[in-house]
Write a protein that binds this ligand. Structure first.
Ligand code: HEC
Ligand code: HEC
Ligand code: HEC
Ligand code: HEC
Length: 263
């Protein structure tokens, strides 16, 4: 059957209710128009910047790794208890020396450094008294402060383990100086969350000398903030940059917690 242009148009209109169109800022569409788009959301004050500026710079970066531009926190991060239930020792790490991506997130999300405190933009340094914005996360939205400065018994109190080993392949891992505890029920974990189709979990590996890169490696695998969140909103499948769904009841429907835990 031949369809005229008009009939084609009508067919598309009739079909369109089952098609959903992603708008800028929606899960998976990239950084533009999200909470991490500092080009227009007020956090940057009056200076026009690029979409990447607050986090990355092509030159004069603080670290070559990730070409990181945002001034790192000098806080020491630790938890209020020594170990998880499985007996895994929680790590203690310093914001401006730990190489994992968690330290990059906490450079803004611990509330100690201004969001606009960056090393380099447009031929100039913007740290110290020349910050592009003096607002900290506490000023922007205190609900988004994770790993706050101070706090009884450790800045990371109450937060899911990060900078910690993942029992990849249902076996213990050593990561950031700590090893999966002997009481971990290894069968109650997804062997390889990165191989599951329903979400986009990202695991990391530790080369044993403090170098951390993306991807799991047997016995050296760990989790970071960006295991569950994608700061670029590309691999996100739900709000809050989440790599799994915030709602649900099955691994197959993408529910975040069940991408790793088998409960
Ligand atoms: C709010 C901070 C933030 C902004 C803005 C941001 N990034 Fe990133 N970027 C990160 C973090 C954190 C990582 C490490 C992510 C990880 O470990 O998964 C990263 C990682 C990367 C990587 C390493 C490879 C990868 O994909 O993980 C590239 C390349 C990159 N970013 C490019 C960009 C570009 C280009 C822009 C601008 C269009 C941008 N980023 C904007 C925070 C940001
Ligand atoms: C340059 C500073 C900066 C860095 C680095 C950064 N963030 Fe953010 N992030 C912010 C700010 C500021 C907001 C809140 C913006 C607002 O409310 O207008 C935010 C918001 C968020 C939100 C809430 C998103 C929403 O839709 O409301 C999440 C989740 C988040 N960040 C996670 C992360 C993670 C995980 C990392 C590291 C992988 C990271 N951020 C790195 C500054 C940063
Ligand atoms: C195990 C997965 C996981 C890890 C790891 C993780 N998050 Fe989240 N994060 C979540 C989920 C799920 C939510 C939504 C919580 C809710 O509001 O019910 C969330 C919410 C947030 C929010 C929004 C405010 C809130 O608390 O609801 C921010 C900001 C955030 N995370 C930042 C971070 C940072 C920074 C790190 C690393 C220090 C991190 N996350 C590590 C799963 C994770
Ligand atoms: C990327 C994999 C991953 C995801 C996704 C994940 N977890 Fe975890 N979870 C871990 C790891 C790794 C540990 C630490 C295991 C150990 O004790 O060695 C852990 C530990 C825990 C613990 C035990 C803490 C303790 O002190 O014993 C609880 C409870 C938990 N997670 C709940 C959740 C919830 C709720 C979600 C969803 C919001 C979630 N997890 C998502 C990997 C994950």
């Amino acid at each position: 059957m031949r369809l005229s242009g008009l009939r084609m148009g009508l067919a598309v209109l009739v079909l369109s209710p089952v098609v959903s169109f992603a708008a800028p800022g929606d899960a998976g569409t990239g950084i533009a128009a999200t909470a991490h788009d500092f080009t227009s959301n007020g956090v940057n004050g009056s200076t026009a910047v690029g979409l990447c500026t607050y986090c990355h710079t092509p030159h004069k970066a603080i670290t070559s790794q990730l070409l990181w531009n945002h001034t790192l926190s000098t806080n020491t991060f630790s938890w209020d208890v020594a170990k998880t239930t499985a007996g895994t020792t929680f790590p203690s790490f310093v914001g401006n020396t730990y190489k994992g991506p968690t330290a990059k997130c906490l450079s803004c999300h611990d509330g100690s450094v201004a969001i606009g405190d960056i090393a380099w933009f447009k031929e100039g340094s913007h740290g110290g008294s020349d910050q592009l914005s003096t607002k900290t996360m506490n000023d922007v939205d205190p609900n988004f402060v994770v790993g706050a400065t101070g706090g009884v018994g450790g800045a990371m109190k109450g937060n899911h383990p990060v900078a910690m080993p993942y029992p990849f392949g249902n076996a213990a891992s050593t990561y950031n100086g700590t090893t999966t505890g002997s009481l971990a029920v290894l069968t109650e974990w997804q062997a390889d969350p990165t191989s599951l189709a329903s979400a986009n979990i990202r695991l990391f590996n530790d080369d044993g000398t403090g170098g951390i890169s993306a991807g799991p490696v047997a016995a050296k695998t760990g989790i970071e903030c960006s295991t569950c969140h994608d700061p670029h909103n590309k691999a996100a499948v739900d709000d809050l940059f989440l790599r799994g769904k915030i709602t649900g009841s099955a691994q197959s429907d993408g529910y975040l917690c069940l991408q790793c835990h088998k409960k």
